[in-house]
Design a protein around this ligand. Structure first.
Ligand code: THU
Length: 134
């Protein structure tokens, strides 16, 4: 991915975190998901008084896109209002693997984009391959 595309996606993620609903943790997270067709879907964390019902920003963005008929994704950027490097949590890594196994995760470290392959973030993962009998 070009550096400008990485920066564009990070910018959209920063926009998205403005809508974060995080009264419990105070930790606002934003995500921006790029589809193969070039659309960008934004997501933020949506917390709940029953903490386990919280939706992460990445899952929010993916759910929005899938519910709009999108199926193929190339990259997702994740940022937090804390301004610190914000790697996706374990559950989000599993969700990202489901939807974009060949995709990239764009994070920001010291003001610069840093990219990872989704598959590198979840080695020896459980996936749909493990569900088949052969
Ligand atoms: N959070 C995300 O939105 N994405 C992640 O990958 C890490 C954690 C949110 C969940 C919760 O609302 C807050 O950050 C603190 O864990």
């Amino acid at each position: 991915m070009e550096i400008n595309q990485e920066k564009e996606l990070l910018l959209a993620a920063k926009q998205a975190l403005k809508n974060a609903y995080c009264p419990y943790s105070g930790f606002a997270v934003g995500a921006a998901l790029r589809t193969r067709s070039g659309r960008i879907f934004m997501g933020c964390n949506v917390e709940n008084a029953s903490y386990g019902a919280t939706l992460c920003a990445e899952q929010c963005a993916i759910s929005k896109a899938v519910s709009e008929g999108e199926r193929e994704f190339t990259a997702i950027a994740v940022v937090s209002a804390a301004g610190k490097w914000t790697p996706p949590c374990g559950i989000c890594r599993q969700v990202l693997l489901e939807w974009m196994p060949e995709g990239q995760v764009v994070l920001e470290k010291e003001g610069e984009p840093v990219c990872y392959l989704v598959r590198d973030l979840l080695p020896a993962a459980f996936s749909q391959d493990n569900l088949s009998e052969e």
